[in-house]
Design a protein around this ligand. Structure first.
Ligand SMILES: Cc1cc2nc3c(=O)[nH]c(=O)nc-3n(C[C@H](O)[C@H](O)[C@H](O)COP(=O)(O)OP(=O)(O)OC[C@H]3O[C@@H](n4cnc5c(N)ncnc54)[C@H](O)[C@@H]3O)c2cc1C
Length: 394
């Protein structure tokens, strides 16, 4: 984005002077604000977004807070080795523990938080064999899982045409926008000077005399430290992200409510597709971006007929309770994928006072809160795990 002289109204407002500006009010930016305020409540912090709070991927996701990564655990062990795969799993387990202890237990808002675990369903004997392998490895590491047979899938989550599945007993789900509101509310209670500036698109961040100058069309901010929580949109601000965080579209549809029938949220097809019933009875289903790999890359947040039809067909085929039910909502959002599926936390090589966290690869609710803590560790000179450090790409 560039802004003409005529449209730049920031000159008529005096510049805002603060310690830290966090750009991007999704779950990552909100988490960064929380942990920075917790580290030093005297920091003055501004959280800036081009749209409303959580208007990016955070406000468009399915609300699964799942442990692990984009791969079944046995595949993660194959690619990364058992030791690192376990560290990756434990990182996301700790994300949920931290959300519980720091936010949810202290929260008076109803954020739709449910701890029902999650299921991964197999359509083929081959995928089921992989899930059994995952279960064996998890037993070895003391992670709480349960294999479910075909009748079990039918009776516990109301899904047909699967040969079986696994239940990850410790997963959770949430209303993602309410979660961000809860994180921001907790931050306001801790920080002496914290404000959110929605509808302020940042178009330039530059170092000026040792400080950072952030420009929006309405106001200029000067600060010592910048945190980018802009995820998929990061490369619009800095070229550095061009080959590191890839904008990838995800799509969802929602049906009218039906009586509760699912024990917990479900994944299918190697974690690519997912469906869950909300506490209020509506069903949401997302995924199928594998059908249109090329058009699912980029910033267009329209839904596409091909993927929406596939989502409908999936529900018709696999979830009898939903047959004939009205579809009430369809939407899409833009996620930030990293090259190896793990988050990226670091500082820009060209300006080491601009930090970032992103690349959550469809798992931001399961990763971003803990990542915000690690980002704060990094800013304050403490070590962070190598598998989330941006150093791994340099
Ligand atoms: C359909 C779909 C389903 C998903 N389901 C799940 C799920 O069930 N569980 C899960 O864990 N994850 C899921 N995800 C992924 C999850 O939503 C993301 O990983 C997570 O929201 C990333 O959070 P974020 O804060 O990094 O990014 P975002 O939420 O995208 O936040 C980035 C923010 O930066 C702002 N911004 C960008 N550029 C600028 C600028 N120049 N100036 C000011 N502001 C700017 C944007 O407006 C946006 O609000 C899903 C995503 C989609 C799209």
């Amino acid at each position: 984005m560039s802004v003409s002289y005529w449209l730049d109204t920031s000159r008529s407002n005096s510049a805002i002077d603060v310690d830290v500006c966090v750009v991007g009010a999704g779950v990552a930016g909100a988490s960064a604000c929380y942990w920075l305020a917790k580290e030093d409540p005297n920091l003055s912090i501004r959280l800036i977004d081009k749209g409303a709070v959580a208007s990016g991927a955070t406000g468009r996701n399915a609300g699964f807070i799942t442990c692990g990564s984009v791969e079944h655990f046995h595949r993660l062990c194959e690619f990364r080795g058992k030791e690192e795969a376990l560290k990756i799993w434990q990182f996301s387990e700790e994300n949920l523990n931290l959300l519980r202890s720091e936010i949810i237990e202290n929260c008076e808002l109803n954020i739709g938080f449910e701890e029902k675990g999650s299921f991964s369903l197999a359509s083929t004997e081959e995928e089921l064999a992989g899930l059994k392998h995952t279960a064996e490895l998890m037993d070895e590491f003391g992670i709480h899982v349960e294999m479910v047979d075909e009748p079990g899938v039918r009776s516990r989550v109301g899904a047909e045409d699967f040969v079986g599945g696994i239940k990850y007993c410790d997963d959770a789900s949430v209303h993602p926008v309410k979660l961000v509101e809860a994180i921001l509310e907790r931050t306001s209670l801790i920080a002496k000077d914290f404000k959110v500036l929605p509808f302020h698109e940042v178009y330039s961040i530059e170092e000026q005399d040792g400080r950072q100058e952030i420009k929006t069309q309405k106001v200029t901010l000067n600060c010592d430290l910048v945190v980018l929580g802009t995820n998929a949109y990061s490369k619009v601000l800095f070229n550095y992200f061009e080959d590191k965080i890839y904008p990838t579209r995800g799509q969802i549809l929602m049906t009218e409510p039906v009586a509760p029938f699912m024990e917990g949220p479900c994944y299918a097809n190697f974690v690519l597709d997912y469906f869950r019933q909300l506490p209020s009875g509506e069903m949401i289903i997302g995924g199928f971006r594998q059908l249109q790999k090329d058009s699912e890359i980029g910033y267009d947040d329209q839904t596409s007929p091909v993927i929406q039809s596939a989502l409908e067909e999936f529900l018709q085929k696999h979830v009898p309770a939903i047959r004939g039910k009205k579809i009430t909502h369809r939407w899409a959002g833009i996620m930030g994928f990293s090259a190896d599926g793990q988050p990226m936390i670091g500082a820009l090589p060209a300006n080491n006072q601009v930090y970032f966290l992103g690349g959550f690869t469809a798992h931001g609710l399961g990763l971003a809160f803990h990542s915000g803590k690690c980002l704060t560790d990094m800013i304050f000179g403490r070590e962070i795990p190598e598998f989330i450090s941006a150093r791994r790409f340099s």
